[in-house]
Structures are given as structure tokens and as C-alpha cells.
Design a protein around this ligand. Sequence first.
Ligand code: MF3
Ligand code: CO
Ligand code: CO
Length: 270
Amino acid sequence: MAVKKKSKPIIPLYFDEEREGLRAAGRFNAQLMDFIREKVQPGITTIEIDRLIYEYTTDHGHKPADLGYKGYNHSTCTSINEVVCHGIPDGTVLREGDIINVDLTTIVDGWYGDSSETFLVGRVTDEARRVVQIAFDALYVGIEAAQPYGKVSDIGRAIERFVKAHGLEVVREYQGHGIGREFHQDPGVPHYLPKIGASQTVLEPGMCFTIEPMVNAGTWRTFIDSRDNWTVRTLDLAPSAQFEHTILMTETGPELMTTTEHGPKPGHRF
Ligand code: MF3
Ligand code: CO
Ligand code: CO
């Protein structure tokens, strides 16, 4: 029987002015994160955070990529405690002890920048702090594993090994993604090494993609809330944390698009 061969993904490579477009979008997204970082305090609601993001973005002449994406009606995702990703902003008030991931994506002159951070709201449990710390460190383990002419699978292998060595689990159903003039494109960037079908895709200079590991205190398994068909929770409702950057692979190594001089840097202790 003839078996249709899976066609090779078409992965755009970016050079020159295209890289400048990506840098500008990433830089703006990082500035927006700097603005939001100070606002995440006990007492604020997630819909207020969403509103601040919408206003800052549009006041600067840009567009929140989430708004209208696949029917999503907000400018950000706010994922608290056991919510893994795609938490919808609402009237929920942040309380001391919560951890919250704020995921930002902005379109600047047609180019996308995508990054997320998990914030501690006041003092949190040791378990919550640990899951945040390992998620943050796992992102940088993944970035270091990404080298020109290496493979996409190098990233997930390194992240999975690191997270498991710390007794935590990494989410498998959601992954990083190519990004550029579109939000989500090839290649998919798993944060673990699939037993079969690990991506042989080569990390060529000019590729742009996200790394965004979600790390769980308990099981890696998740479920989608059937009431809204967006909110992803851990199956055991144990806490989950995530960090994300947009990365350009250059001739000499990975370049982070979504950073400013502010924000947590490698080695940061939460
Ligand atoms: N920013 C998310 C990512 O990292 C995607 C959010 S899509 C939305 O890929 F529709 F939920 F906003
Ligand atoms: Co994101
Ligand atoms: Co992303």
C-alpha cells in the first residue's frame, strides 16, 4: 500500500531587515513585560492586567496578537497556579501566595514577538517557588542547547533531562513554535524528546522560534476546561509555571529577541 510521505515543513529563514523587524517586535514585547511586571501585585484582577496590556500596546501603535486569534477575545493569557496556559483574564483577584504566568504576544509592523513570565504574588509556598525556579532555569537550559546546525530535538532533550533531574515534569501537549510574520508556524519545538518521531529539523541560521517550557509540580498530564475550551489545567491540579522567549538562531548562536536590561536573567533566584 502506498503511504503518503509526510511533506517536509517549510521553515522561513530571516536575514538583514527581516531580523531587524523581529528584533523590534521582540523588544517592544519585552518593554511591555517590563511595564506589566510592576503591576502584578495582590489585589489586581486579571482583566485589569489584560486592559493595561491592550492600552499600552495600542497606545504605541501596535496590536496584541492574541486578540481575535482563533476566536480568543483577550490581549493576553493569565494562568494562575494549576493553570498551565491559556488562562482567560476575568474578575479573579490576585492573592498573596498565587503564581501567575502572563503570556504576551505583539504584532509590530507585521512581525511577531512572543514571551511569557511567571510572577510570584507576595510570599508563595516552597512548592510553587520551586516550580517557577525550575521552569525559568529550564528555558535557559533549552536556549543553551540550541546551537547553529544542531537539531530542534536537542532543545527538548536538554529541557526534559534537566526538569526530570529535579523531580518535576514537563508538559507534552503544548510546545514552542516557529514565529515571524505569523504567530505559530513550523517548526514545532517540543520540550521533551519524543520516543519516536523526534524532529530531525536542523537549526539553521535565520530560523526564529519560541522556547516555552511548562513545568508541573505533579503529573505532566493536563486537561482543557470544557466550560471555556481554552483554560489548560494540570490533571492533578498541582501548580505549573512557564517562561517563554522568542529566539533567533544566528550564525554564532541563539539571539534572544524578547529581553531588555530589566527582567530576570540566567542565574536569577526567585
Ligand atoms: N502566546 C501563546 C504562545 O506562547 C499563544 C496564546 S494564543 C491565545 O504560543 F489565543 F490563547 F491567546
Ligand atoms: Co506566548
Ligand atoms: Co509561544
